[in-house]
Design a protein around this ligand. Structure first.
Ligand code: IPM
Ligand code: MG
Length: 359
């Protein structure tokens, strides 16, 4: 396995260090993995003047999988947009063609009290959000700030989705729904759009419906994004797989992550056509707690599990990692973000050590 590791900024290096410990342990156990490090985000800007240095993109392209910590920090907030850490993230997604972003939102039984919703609404919750990641208003041209004929200034962006972009991500969605279908339950895919207002969404709905005909075993439904935002907090367990575009997926995945009460627990995968992937925690760089041994490394560790599952097809290792995480939770270990009375509060490194011990 050839893996690139990009720690990034803020808590990135600390949480990635815990995942690295775990990969080291797996290597001692016989896993053949080659790991190389590079800079991204603010760290890329600081060392090479670019949030995505050429050497980093090259390494990522040569690797089969990328593990990323997080990007961003207050000191970069005043930089021009092309130099900002977030651009490193957007460019590596685009540069590697990572169009399928998988963001699971699941509630661990041990953490059911962490949610701000009533326990009965969220216990057992297990949603997969599939967000298209390389199109939409994020990348549409033209965009900018222009001066109109009447002298007024105007900001503008362009939303568009081509048929091939919708088709390929829809196929991924239906396949995920089929895989998740249990013995007695049908896979369900809910496509989220704004087809009552946007032409882009009308087209999205048309193509998803068409692709759906190839997957009669999956129950396809459509929902407007405003309603989906509401349904996610009203009755989140009605969802199985949610398929949506880049901007709606950005917003809904943050919302869904908080249903679990613990964004520090949620991993993500961004995949290309051939299951090459970039894996990162759903949370950001949390500069306010950076360097204080407080951050929760479990989302990053669980991102390694997703890497084993989706890029390397090693379901066995993925499950070992996930079981180890469950075990430390059962032992009562909690970082500050998921701590509750009666549990043992631990720091980032101790949590990482505990997972390594458990595995
Ligand atoms: C995310 C983040 C990024 C996005 C930002 C940091 C560019 O919010 O991964 O959800 O908008 O995609
Ligand atoms: Mg986001």
């Amino acid at each position: 396995m050839k893996i690139a590791v990009l720690p990034g900024d803020g808590i990135g290096p600390e949480i990635v260090a815990q995942a690295a410990k775990l990969m080291e342990a797996l290597r001692r156990d016989g896993l053949k993995a080659e790991i190389e490090y590079a800079h991204i985000g603010g760290a890329g800007y600081d060392t090479a003047g670019d949030p995505l240095p050429e050497a980093t993109l090259r390494l990522a392209k040569e690797s089969e999988a990328v593990l990323l910590g997080a990007v961003g920090g207050y000191q970069y907030d005043t930089l021009a947009r092309p130099l900002r850490p977030e651009q490193g993230l957007l460019r590596i997604r685009k540069g590697l063609g990572l169009f399928a972003n998988l963001r699971p939102a699941m509630v661990y039984p041990e953490l059911v009290n962490a949610s701000s919703l009533k326990q009965e609404l969220v216990s057992g919750l297990d949603i997969m959000i599939l967000r298209e990641l390389t199109g939409d208003i994020y990348f549409g041209q033209p965009r900018g700030i222009r001066t109109l004929d009447n002298g007024e200034r105007q900001g503008f962006d362009t939303m568009h989705y081509s048929e091939s972009e919708i088709r390929r991500v829809a196929h991924v969605g239906f396949r995920i729904a089929m895989k998740r279908a249990g013995k007695n339950s049908q896979g369900r895919l809910c496509s989220v759009d704004k087809a009552n207002v946007l032409d882009t969404s009308m087209f999205w709905r048309e193509i998803v419906t068409e692709v759906g005909k190839e997957y009669p075993a999956v129950a396809l439904s459509h929902m407007y994004v405003d309603n989906a935002a509401m349904q996610l907090v009203r009755a989140p367990k009605q969802f199985d797989v949610i398929l949506t575009g880049n901007i709606f997926g950005d917003i809904l995945s943050d919302e869904a992550s908080m249903l679990t009460g613990s964004i520090g627990m949620l991993p993500s995968a961004s995949l290309d056509e051939n299951n090459k992937g970039l894996y990162e925690p759903c949370h950001g760089s949390a500069p306010d707690i950076a360097g204080r041994d407080m951050a929760n490394p479990l989302a990053t560790i669980l991102s390694v599990a997703m890497m084993m599952r989706y890029t390397f097809g090693r379901e066995d290792i993925a499950q070992r990692i996930e079981a180890a995480v469950r075990k430390v939770l059962q032992q009562g270990l909690r970082t500050a973000d998921i701590h509750e009375p009666g549990m043992q509060k631990v720091g980032t490194a101790a949590m990482g050590d505990a997972v390594v011990a458990a595995i």
